[in-house]
Design a protein around this ligand. Structure first.
Ligand code: PLP
Length: 468
């Protein structure tokens, strides 16, 4: 019998042993008819008195889990097994069901999948570029939790030092005017969207999203009971004229439209802000990967153009550093701050302080800026190689000057081609995978995780599939 038992130092040892043995049997870790160790040998192995073992055995015999055969030993009964089987079955199925309107199941996790030879999966940075040694040193220095008021609860907004660092860096890099108090540190962009949805949306409210767009945002808003309305994207980005006037919230990716990759034009940015002012709409600006810029000066953020406090700016370290850090942030207008902080407190309190402190040090020491500079050069090269490799193919790349992916239109069944490509270890998605309504056919090529030398051969393999 596989016995895991954590015995208390003094009293209650017989009781703890009784529970551990019973659990082993009800979890099916002991077979019917299995012989238990003698009281003497188990007592010796566990460092307890023989009387404690004998008492535990006697209780289990009295309850029918064990039987004592004179002169032979103590055995697990068939009844104990039967109970284990029934208990096991009950546990496997479970009697509980999600609420009636819940229709989401967990998606496959990218980390669980084998790494393809030609990795054009979307949304993954190159972890090999991350300065692990510097991070480990910072994390080790901050792991002295004693320095972080360990016995008290911290602010749901996050560590002040990290909020200061974020406010400074989004101000400098993205023209987002933010005081540290405007910043709430989250577990990534997804958590920021969840907080915003919690405080802004009533069930049945309309949320406008880009189509094609980011499924995780769409599903999140729907999971809060919103009516999610897909809005077309053209060569200037979100078609603002088609945003329903009743939309309570518009979710957009203006710097690098997900998944098409184009920026929202300045005219459309202004139109969206005017729409929001006219109809009292909240705008959520998801700026998830624009740290990596391959050409020209970026357009001002919606947040930077907003004069009314209608934009919630969302950022993340998932692409600029690593998704595994699970750190992102939002910059909210003062009118929402209290509600968002309460939502954060109700949900999970606040994030791990030592990680936030290490990250603040990482930003303050200039390591983030240095990493982004180095990684940008690598990604810019991959971006250029990819575009060059795509040039001769029957594809129409969508202009994109930032981020970690490029889309390309294709006159054919992109989903079928992508499925065949995946079988040849070329991992890429079809644009239709991101769309609610029928959209123009095409592919999305992530190049964050693609080994530079694997890009050309991967596109050559794809080219052969396109010829068919
Ligand atoms: C559009 C968009 N927003 C946000 C994120 C990042 O989410 P998180 O910060 O929760 O990792 C991604 C990652 O793929 C994304 O594609």
């Amino acid at each position: 019998m596989d016995l895991v038992v954590d015995l208390p130092a003094r009293t209650g040892r017989s009781d703890a042993l009784y529970r551990a043995l019973r659990e082993a049997m009800t979890q099916g870790r002991a077979a019917a008819g299995e012989r238990l160790p003698s009281t003497r040998s188990l007592a010796r192995d566990l460092g307890v008195s023989r009387a404690s073992v004998a008492t535990a055995y006697e209780r289990l015999v009295a309850e029918g889990y064990l039987e004592s055969r004179t002169g032979s030993g103590t055995y697990v009964t068939a009844e104990a097994r039967g109970e284990a089987g029934a208990a096991g079955r009950r546990r496997a199925a479970g009697a509980l069901r999600p609420r009636a309107s819940w229709r989401w199941a967990p998606l496959p996790v990218s980390g669980d999948a084998p790494v393809p030879e030609h990795d054009f999966r979307v949304g993954l940075p190159d972890a090999s570029l991350f300065p692990f040694d510097a991070w480990r040193r910072l994390l080790a220095a901050e792991s002295r939790l004693r320095d972080h008021a360990p016995g008290t609860y911290g602010s749901p907004a996050g560590l002040p030092r990290l909020r200061e660092a974020v406010a400074r860096s989004v101000g400098f890099a993205r023209g987002v005017r933010a005081d540290p108090d405007d910043v709430i540190v989250t577990h990534g962009a997804q958590h920021a969207l969840d907080l915003v949805a919690r405080v802004l949306l009533e069930p049945g409210d309309t949320v406008a999203v880009e189509d094609p767009g980011y499924p995780a945002a769409r599903d999140l808003f729907a999971s809060h009971g919103a009516r999610v309305v897909p809005v077309r994207v053209d060569e200037e980005g979100l078609v603002v004229d088609e945003v329903p006037p009743e939309a309570r919230l518009v979710y957009t990716t203006p710097s690098h439209q997900f998944p098409l990759g184009l920026p929202l034009s300045l005219a459309r940015r202004r139109a969206l802000l005017a729409h929001a002012a006219r109809h009292g709409t909240a705008i959520v600006e998801d700026d998830y990967d624009s740290e990596f810029r391959h050409a020209r000066r970026p357009l001002d953020t919606l947040h930077g153009l907003d004069r009314d406090g209608r934009v919630v700016y969302v950022g993340t370290f998932s692409k600029s550093l690593l998704p595994a850090l699970r750190v992102g942030y939002l910059v909210a207008p003062a009118s929402l701050r209290g509600a968002l902080l309460a939502a954060r407190q109700l949900g999970d309190g606040y994030g791990p302080v030592h990680v936030q402190a290490a990250l603040a040090g990482f930003v303050d020491d200039g390591l983030l800026a240095r990493h982004v500079r180095r990684a940008s050069a690598v990604y810019a090269e991959r971006h250029a190689i990819l575009l060059d490799a795509l040039a001769g193919l029957p594809l129409e790349p969508v202009p994109s000057a930032a981020g970690l992916h490029v889309a390309a239109y294709f006159d054919g069944d992109a989903r079928a081609v992508a499925a065949r490509a995946r079988r040849r270890s070329v991992a890429l998605d079809a644009l239709a995978d991101y769309a609610v309504r029928p959209c123009r056919e095409g592919f999305v090529f992530g190049y964050g995780a693609a080994v530079t030398s694997s890009i050309r051969p991967g596109i050559e393999k794809l080219a052969r599939l396109l010829e068919r």
